[in-house]
Design a protein around this ligand. Structure first.
Ligand SMILES: NC(=O)c1ccc[n+]([C@@H]2O[C@H](COP(=O)([O-])OP(=O)(O)OC[C@H]3O[C@@H](n4cnc5c(N)ncnc54)[C@H](O)[C@@H]3O)[C@@H](O)[C@H]2O)c1
Length: 413
């Protein structure tokens, strides 16, 4: 049955993950009926980019009243997800929200309560699960290829192009994004929750801001017109003539003062750029996780140690295409991706499944799951799974702040 969707948050992700594919590819099953954004100029810019003439709103209630909607797609900044999820559920609509579900345990509780009252559906687009290699790892774990999991060692490294971008805009303030432990690491926590298939119990973490923010020797408001351009390694010119970034951000600034190229050395930055997180699950699996957002090369290393073997995954990304651009698509190309299985029978280099499209091939598969029909063994994250990812990140944030371990059950109370 064809469904009607309202997009709330018509920024780059909303446009490229949902709106454009709906308009271009999924016309048979999905109809985009309107664009809502707190910044009306950005909603209008979305119409221009999409080459559509959809109704635009900066008033959610008005959009809900005027349009016939089945499902609300939420792609605003992270801290605002909660507001639109709850309003949509109360209006009797299903919700598909971008990750993270929300930014802390208190917001999780409100969403869960409303979902139970309304019985409408909430799905979270944890796209990392859909990367073909991650689906292969999940399958191997389920088949018991390495026995029972005992330990996961997971390290995410974001480079000075992609990583720095989180320090240019709203993500850089905890009250907007929950910091990188929520905004970024929720991908990794969700992936591990999914692999381990158990509930996280207790988290201890440390974190710091060692490169961006207060660490800069000079600073300005933004890159555009900055006097330090020639000596700043993080300088970017994000607004070449006729670029999408001009329509979406530069020309919409007058409404909300959202500078897409704000200075990475701004002293308002209060999120960590490095963190170490240790935690364990009900079934005993232990995790050693780290995140850095300033590395020379970007990549991920995962080791999963089981009772009968070990899986080692690693990838290095080439983000050089991103230099000076707005990171709209997550098109990092791989400089090498490896999955190795170690068992008593020897060492086997696994064939890496083919992946096509953004975010390692995950986005197109996730869209099919949402807009056409669920694929067999669909990994689409439920509300409870979205909550569990946020809870690990929130526990890490609280542990970083207090220096103490945090029990997940205390966050659920
Ligand atoms: N799954 C992924 O791989 C992935 C990748 C990128 C972004 N995201 C998520 O997508 C969402 C959007 O990120 P983005 O990169 O497009 O950011 P963006 O800044 O480009 O877009 C966010 C939009 O939200 C709007 N907005 C802010 N406050 C609002 C409010 N109160 N009401 C309505 N609209 C509001 C802004 O005006 C902006 O248009 C975030 O939740 C982010 O975490 C997910």
């Amino acid at each position: 049955m064809k469904k009607n969707y309202l997009l709330v948050g018509s920024g780059s992700r909303g446009i490229h993950m949902f709106a454009k594919p709906m308009v271009d590819q999924f016309k048979e099953t999905a109809s985009l009926v309107g664009l809502m954004d707190i910044n009306i100029k950005r909603a209008e810019a979305a119409n221009k980019i999409l080459k559509t003439n959809l109704p635009v709103y900066n008033d959610f209630n008005k959009a809900m009243k005027e349009l016939k909607i089945d499902t609300v797609l939420v792609a605003t900044r992270d801290s605002q997800h909660v507001e639109y999820i709850i309003k949509s559920l109360k209006a009797g609509k299903d919700v598909v929200t971008e990750k993270p579900l929300c930014i802390d345990a208190a917001q999780c509780k409100k969403i869960l309560k409303t979902q139970k009252e309304t019985k409408k559906k909430v799905y979270v687009t944890h796209n990392y699960r859909y990367q073909p290699c991650m689906m292969l790892i999940k399958k191997m774990l389920k088949e018991g290829v390495i026995g029972d999991i005992l330990f996961i060692d997971f390290h995410e490294k974001l480079d000075r192009l992609h990583g720095a971008d989180y320090f240019r805009r709203w993500h850089r303030v905890k009250k907007n994004s929950g910091g990188l432990m929520i905004h970024k690491s929720c991908h990794c926590f969700d992936l591990m929750n999914w692999f381990v298939d158990s509930e996280p119990v207790e988290v201890v973490a440390t974190g710091d801001l060692v490169v961006y923010g207060k660490n800069g020797k000079f600073r300005s408001k933004r890159c555009r017109g900055c006097a330090h351009q020639s000596k700043c390694e993080f300088y970017v010119d994000m607004f070449p003539e006729n670029s999408e970034a001009n329509d979406l951000y530069l020309n919409a600034e007058s409404e909300d003062k959202y500078y897409r190229d704000a200075c990475v050395y701004d002293k308002e930055i209060d999120i960590e750029d490095i963190a170490n997180v240790l935690y364990y699950y009900k079934n005993g699996v232990r995790v050693d996780f780290s995140l850095m957002a300033f590395t020379t090369y970007e990549g991920i290393d995962i080791i999963i140690e089981g009772t009968k073997g070990r899986l080692e995954y690693s990838v290095i990304h080439d983000n050089s295409w991103m230099a000076g651009k707005v990171t709209v698509h997550g098109l990092a190309s791989s400089l090498g991706e490896k999955l190795v299985l170690y068992t008593s029978e020897g060492v086997k280099n696994m064939e890496i499944p083919k992946a096509e499209g953004t975010h390692g091939g995950s986005d197109p598969l996730l869209r099919k799951d949402i807009f056409i029909e669920r694929i067999p063994n669909s990994p689409l994250a439920t509300l409870e799974e979205g909550i569990n990812a946020v809870l690990v990140g929130d526990a890490a944030n609280k542990s970083i702040k207090t220096g103490k371990p945090v029990k997940i059950k205390d966050l659920r109370k």
